[in-house]
Design a protein around this ligand. Structure first.
Ligand SMILES: Nc1ncnc2c1ncn2[C@@H]1O[C@H](COP(=O)(O)OP(=O)(O)OP(=O)(O)O)[C@@H](O)[C@H]1O
Ligand SMILES: [Mg+2]
Length: 660
């Protein structure tokens, strides 16, 4: 090789070297200007390069970073352990799986990154170099966390966790999202316009106590003002903001410098409370913060409203417990979902035992109608009222007055509110009363019978006379008949007439006897259409003998147009018997004309009136009212029951008996 060649070779080499230099510089330029973050490392894992955008993010020079101990020094303390483990595993296996970690930005805030790494191997497969990237996934991560947190909180709300627990979880959740932030939820008491402590797990207890019960107003810190205005109040620096004039010292004493407060609004737009984030340094919210605050206040509103609704329900349930009636709710068509104290007391089943059971099975409910019919009625009318027979825990049967109302829930469920009142005692008393009334009626009937029989017994002589008369006549007529038939030329005409008369007399005697028998009979009361005039006439027939015995004349004035009467014939006869006998008694010993007058007439309103009057001694002076009392009598042999029985008979027929 000559000098020229040598020179050319050197130039070429230099040129090539320049080219390499240039492309390396270009590569460096590319690496440093791409928007991503790139690093490289030695086979043992030691980082030997981090690109410019990464250093800018960290706010450190390569030297500063190295001096601090490399990248591990900027990883979030909570993520260090796992990151180191992962990196060790990556090096030993030569393979890297995606990993997420937080790194501190120049301003101190941590952001989430997705890290990836790839090894460069030589021909033998040995790792000679590591290359890796870190991608900012903060936005995705926040969205994920927000969604997960929201889900967890909604689950708590749906599960019915206590308001305190939910608000606490809300605050902690926000504090996890907003690094360095301390959150607080205050609840507005709309009656007093005071803000009460809701939750503030991170704030100093002394501070929390100091602001509890704050009255809201136009310049009462961030929360008092936000609740007053009904709109967010962002105070970036408590030290200078005029809204904090009265509370500045308190806040600064607890090293609180910024406070952003947002009212929590109900679905109807009413202020329920406030949600606030405090910081220990002056600070304004960025769009991400606003987004989180929006979500959180929304969740808080759901939690508080739900808690209020539950509380209202609880209060109603407590009220239902005060009720004396048994009240329970079942989901149509059967399962019991609510059971008040009254139900526990009435049925003997505790709430725990009853809820979830099938109501009709638990209580062996007997409906007055078939079950499908009852359910159809309830569905059609939305309510049902009636009496049920149910069996309580100890096996006793009870009767309840039941009112059932169907409520249709917005979710399509149909609930039935059943209110039952035990009327077993009332029904039993009624039954006893009914039995008592029956017994009384029976006793009265017995008494009436005895009295009738007694009176009739006393009348034996007269009655015998009364029966005797037609019999005597019949005998006489029979003899006449025989005479007309005897002899040579029997007069058939006359004999037939006498025989007919004799038969009539016999019939008359038989009729009288059957009437007397009827009066002696102990009959059950039977109502029929009765001709009152006929009753009067019959009694006159029976008592004519007695009247004749005392020379008493009987005069009747019976109206032909009497309205028909539904009555017990024998009972009416008894009344007439008593009245006529009393009249006869009253006239027995008087001098002068003895006259018994019986009058029947039509009275007002389809009534009929019968009067019995006599020319006897007259009613006992000053005791006219008492004659209807049982056992009142002025007679030696009297029982004093005649008028009392008569009055109760007349009254049981809807009439009235009086003396004038
Ligand atoms: N027509 C009358 N005239 C006068 N006093 C009468 C008349 N009817 C009833 N009294 C009076 O009323 C009383 C009560 O009558 P009531 O028929 O209830 O009983 P009593 O006739 O005394 O006894 P009993 O009916 O058992 O024979 C009589 O004792 C009598 O003093
Ligand atoms: Mg009498």
């Amino acid at each position: 090789m000559d000098v020229t060649e040598q020179h050319e070779a050197k130039t070429a080499l230099e040129k090539a070297y320049d080219e390499i230099k240039k492309s390396e510089g270009q590569l460096q330029l590319v690496i440093d200007t791409i928007p991503g973050m790139v690093w490289s490392g030695l086979p043992d894992g030691a980082f030997d390069f981090v690109n410019e955008p990464w250093l800018t993010y960290l706010g450190l020079s390569w030297e500063e970073l190295s001096a601090r101990g490399g990248l591990v020094s900027v990883v979030h303390p909570d993520d260090v352990e796992e990151s180191v483990d992962r990196w060790n595993a990556t090096r030993s296996t030569g393979r890297h799986t995606d990993h997420e970690l937080r790194m501190r930005r120049a301003d101190g805030q941590y952001r989430w990154f997705l890290t990836r790494a790839l090894p460069l191997r030589d021909d033998l497969g040995n790792v000679v170099k590591w290359y890796g990237t870190a991608t900012d996934i903060e936005d995705r991560k926040r969205t994920e966390m927000l969604l997960a947190g929201e889900k967890r909180l909604l689950e708590m709300i749906a599960r019915g966790d206590s308001r305190a627990l939910i608000l606490d979880a809300l605050c902690r959740f926000v504090e996890g999202l907003a690094s360095g932030g301390l959150s607080s939820i205050l609840l507005l008491d709309s009656n007093t316009n005071r803000l009460r402590h809701g939750s503030a797990p991170g704030l100093p207890t002394k501070y929390v106590e100091a602001i509890d019960g704050l009255v809201i107003g136009p310049s009462v810190g961030s929360c008092g003002t936000a609740a007053y205005r009904g709109e967010p109040v962002i105070v970036s620096d408590i030290a200078t903001d005029p809204l904090w004039a009265d509370y500045r010292r308190l806040a600064l004493a607890h090293e609180l410098r910024a406070c952003w407060s947002t009212p929590i609004l109900s679905s109807a737009g009413k202020v329920l409370g406030t949600f606030a984030i405090y910081y220990r340094e002056p600070r304004s919210p960025n769009p991400e913060d606003s987004n989180v605050i929006g979500q959180i206040t929304h969740l808080a509103s759901i939690a508080i409203e739900r808690a209020q609704a539950t509380q209202a329900l609880q209060q109603q349930a407590n009220l239902l417990d005060q009720a004396h009636d048994a009240i329970f709710i079942w989901e149509f068509p059967r399962t019991i979902v609510y059971w008040n104290r009254g139900a526990e007391q009435l049925y003997g089943f505790s709430r725990e035992e009853a809820i979830g059971r099938l109501g009709h099975e638990l209580l062996h409910t007997e409906h007055p109608m078939a079950t499908p019919e009852f359910e159809a009625a309830l569905e059609r009318d939305g309510e049902w009222t009636g009496e049920l027979t149910q069996t309580i825990r100890d096996g006793r049967k009870i009767i309840v007055e039941s009112r059932q109302v169907m409520m249709r829930e917005t979710d399509g469920r149909r609930l039935v509110l059943e209110t039952n009142r035990d009327i077993t005692d009332r029904r039993r008393a009624e039954a006893e009363q009914k039995r008592g009334a029956e017994a009384l009626r029976e006793a009265q009937a017995d008494l009436a019978h005895v009295s009738r029989a007694t009176t009739m017994g006393e009348l034996t002589a007269s009655l015998a006379h009364e029966v005797n008369q037609p019999i005597t006549a019949a005998v006489t007529n029979a003899n006449t008949c025989v005479r007309w038939l005897a002899g040579d030329t029997p007069n058939i005409e006359e004999a037939r007439d006498a025989a007919i008369r004799s038969a009539k007399d016999g019939t008359r005697a038989a009729e009288i006897i059957s009437r007397i028998r009827l009066l002696f009979k102990k009959g059950t009361t039977e109502r029929d259409v009765v001709d009152v005039n006929e009753v009067i006439r019959e009694m006159i027939v029976l008592l004519r003998g007695e009247a004749t015995r005392y020379a008493i004349s009987i005069r009747t004035d019976l109206a032909a147009d009497l309205p028909p009467l539904m009555a017990d014939r024998v009972q009416l006869q008894q009344v007439m018997l008593n009245l006529i006998m009393n009249s006869i008694d009253a006239m027995k010993d008087v001098d002068g004309a003895r006259e018994l007058a019986i009058k029947s007439q039509r009275a007002e309103n389809e009534h009929l009136q019968v009067s019995v009057s006599d020319t006897g001694v007259g009613l006992p002076a000053q005791q006219a009212d008492e004659i209807f009392n049982a056992f009142f009598t002025t007679k030696l042999e009297g029982t004093g029951l005649g008028l009392s029985i008569s009055r109760s008979i007349v009254e049981s027929h809807g009439g009235r008996l009086w003396a004038a």
